[in-house]
Design a protein around this ligand. Sequence first.
Ligand SMILES: NC(=O)c1ccc[n+]([C@@H]2O[C@H](COP(=O)([O-])OP(=O)(O)OC[C@H]3O[C@@H](n4cnc5c(N)ncnc54)[C@H](O)[C@@H]3O)[C@@H](O)[C@H]2O)c1
Length: 251
Amino acid sequence: MTDFQGLKALVTGGASGIGRATAELLAARGAQVAVLDLDPSSVDKPLLGFRADVTDDTSVREAVAAAVAELGGLDVLVNNAGIGAQGTVEDNDDAEWQRVFDVNLFGMVRTARAALPHLRESRHAAIVNTCSIAATAGLPQRALYSATKGAVYSLTLAMAADHIREGIRVNCVNPGTADTPWIGRLLAKAPDPAAERAALEARQPTGRLVSADEVAGAIAYLASPLSGATTGTSLAVDGGMQGLRLRPVGR
Ligand SMILES: NC(=O)c1ccc[n+]([C@@H]2O[C@H](COP(=O)([O-])OP(=O)(O)OC[C@H]3O[C@@H](n4cnc5c(N)ncnc54)[C@H](O)[C@@H]3O)[C@@H](O)[C@H]2O)c1
């Protein structure tokens, strides 16, 4: 498919996992793609790498301006950079709540603010936010992380309303547990990594983790000019975890 031919895209957190798979897929489908990341050192041609910390407004503005200058415009923003947090509402102090919100929610706000003037110039403008099943299902030990993603979901709807008359579509993807370096780090910290992986796989009706490529495919679908009538939606990419209620095998 070449539906992104001639379009310019920016992917935050694009040096790893879901963001990396998305940047590569958009490029394969014809886009010129810039990656904004804390550490873009692994980003190779044809992707363009820009160093920025989404918690720092100046850093975001400078990187977005540099990326847009090099790309020659901007049509697609994928707001994907994010970090995890574990525990109940009691387990993290104020500083940790602020740190995780600063990346997962305010980071998207900063990048969108910097990108919007450029997106208004596009005839096919789209923003896709990486949300999570944690926004729509109660998961244990994820109070802080879930709160950030619930906010991302609401922000997606509000932005879709605010910018629809400017021709800018805004949607989000809600991945289930996806097999990325992030989950690799999480498993490495578990007392029994194999048992933890098996528990995460069993939680999904498909019996396996989601792949980064599968999430990238959904992001590309929402970002594509072919989806011009789709805005203000969330697309679950979760192996059926949100919507299905299976009976135990054999019953
Ligand atoms: N992996 C999952 O199971 C899963 C499930 C649902 C949602 N998500 C979401 O998907 C997104 C990507 O996750 P992933 O699993 O690919 O993670 P990952 O850790 O593999 O990649 C995240 C990338 O974001 C970058 N990043 C982190 N903080 C940043 C900052 N302050 N400024 C700039 N870049 C920063 C990292 O350097 C990294 O390259 C996140 O928003 C996450 O919440 C992941």
